[in-house]
Design a protein around this ligand. Structure first.
Ligand SMILES: NC(=O)c1ccc[n+]([C@@H]2O[C@H](COP(=O)([O-])OP(=O)(O)OC[C@H]3O[C@@H](n4cnc5c(N)ncnc54)[C@H](OP(=O)(O)O)[C@@H]3O)[C@@H](O)[C@H]2O)c1
Length: 356
């Protein structure tokens, strides 16, 4: 396979940046990887991401050298910076890219929440502050390949979905478009890496290693992504309540979705299973499992495992994935593969490790 992609990672020293470096350094089409970090300028990647010693060679840069970058055939910029940063920096970046003739050439894949929603009002409701660059809202394709792969092909700007949003959307996608699903109860838990590399009160190991609690109850920003997908697919007559939890794990998300759809929809156990099997038949990273998904079975991989159950009209859908892979960097690489290359799986995305 011809190596032809040059990659630049903004925010290379964080957890998402580390996973991008891990996955892209094994990618058969990637010829060069550069990454930026303000705190680790000049340090080799492995000093921050020790698993990458002898694997991803390179040092963190204070700022990108766009002139050198522009020489490769296919150019991809991943932004793995905290929410708000890319939106603030994008107007200046666009000017610089235009100066170097990159504006039409590069593919920008954002891992943050900055461009996942299309309207400034929706964004402000979800994130609690005005969007710094509302003119750019709506210019990014929402990168959930199982939903809209055709739109991702050839896209120059992609907003990779949030980790909770990915898990819950994949649990609900085969039902999206149905009417009168009624009350949809979603309970989902994430490991501590979901909050990034900077230690905080709620992510510090001693305060969460042996604890289990909910947070942002009915008020998590990813809910807007989930309902947007349901609405776009034509769902109506539903009400979704999402309660996120912190689990004593480092990696992984496990979501349980419960609903009692009207009998007229015919979603008995057999029909439900068939619906999910048919829907995900060609989805490379979706696996239907019996009984329950397990976080340990997906960690390190780009898989999302799903189980569906029905009894007495009560429907339960459970989904598990690795928040740093299918919930973040793996999905971003999957998006790059779909947008810029003719492959969806680079061969490394699906290999996890067990036990964790
Ligand atoms: N963690 C997850 O499970 C997950 C899943 C899906 C999406 N996301 C989203 O993906 C993004 C990255 O998450 P993460 O967990 O990798 O975060 P993180 O570990 O905190 O890393 C953030 C990175 O951004 C850099 N950075 C911070 N402020 C910056 C600024 N003003 N300008 C330039 N660089 C800056 C940091 O490096 P320096 O300080 O060294 O410059 C670091 O490399 C976030 O938007 C997050 O919400 C996270």
């Amino acid at each position: 396979m011809v190596k032809k992609v040059a990659v630049y990672i903004l925010g290379g020293s964080g957890y998402g940046g580390g996973e991008l470096l891990r996955l892209l350094s094994q990618h058969p089409c990637v010829e060069s990887i550069h990454a930026m970090s303000r705190k680790h300028v000049g340090e080799p990647f492995w000093r921050v991401h020790p698993n990458l010693r002898s694997v991803a060679n390179g040092t963190f840069e204070a700022e990108p050298n766009w002139a050198t970058f522009s020489q490769a055939e296919t150019l991809v910029v991943f932004s793995a910076m905290p929410h708000f940063e890319l939106a603030q920096q994008l107007p200046a970046l666009e000017k610089t890219w235009a100066k170097h003739g990159l504006a039409e050439r590069l593919t920008l894949i954002d891992l943050s929440g900055d461009f996942r929603l299309d309207s400034a009002a929706e964004y402000e409701r979800a994130y609690g502050k005005p969007h710094p660059y509302p003119q750019a809202l709506g210019t990014f394709v929402y990168g959930l390949p199982e939903w809209q792969k055709e739109k991702i092909k050839g896209a120059k700007r992609i907003a990779s979905p949030g980790c909770f949003a990915t898990t819950i959307q994949l649990a609900l996608l085969p039902l999206a478009g149905l009417k009168n699903l009624g009350f949809i109860a979603v309970s989902a838990m994430t490991g501590s890496s979901g909050s990034g590399a900077t230690p905080g009160e709620t992510t510090h190991h001693p305060t969460r290693a042996n604890d289990f609690r909910a947070y942002k109850v009915l008020n998590h920003q990813h809910e807007a992504e989930i309902t947007r997908l349901l609405d776009a697919q034509g769902s109506s007559g539903y009400s979704l309540a999402f309660v996120p939890h912190s689990a004593p794990l480092v990696r992984g998300i496990f979501a349980t979705v419960q609903l009692h759809p009207p009998a007229a929809l015919g979603l008995n156990a057999q029909a439900l299973k068939k619906r999910y099997e048919d829907f995900y038949r060609d989805a490379l990273f979706m696996r239907l499992v019996e009984d329950t998904p397990r976080v340990a079975a997906v960690v390190g991989s780009n898989f999302c495992d799903i189980a569906v159950h029905e009894k007495n009209g009560n429907v339960v859908i459970m989904a598990a994935l690795d928040n740093l892979v299918k919930g973040m960097s793996g999905q971003a690489v999957q998006n790059m593969n779909i947008a810029c290359l003719t492959l969806e799986n680079n061969g490394f995305l699906s290999v996890g490790y067990y036990p964790t």
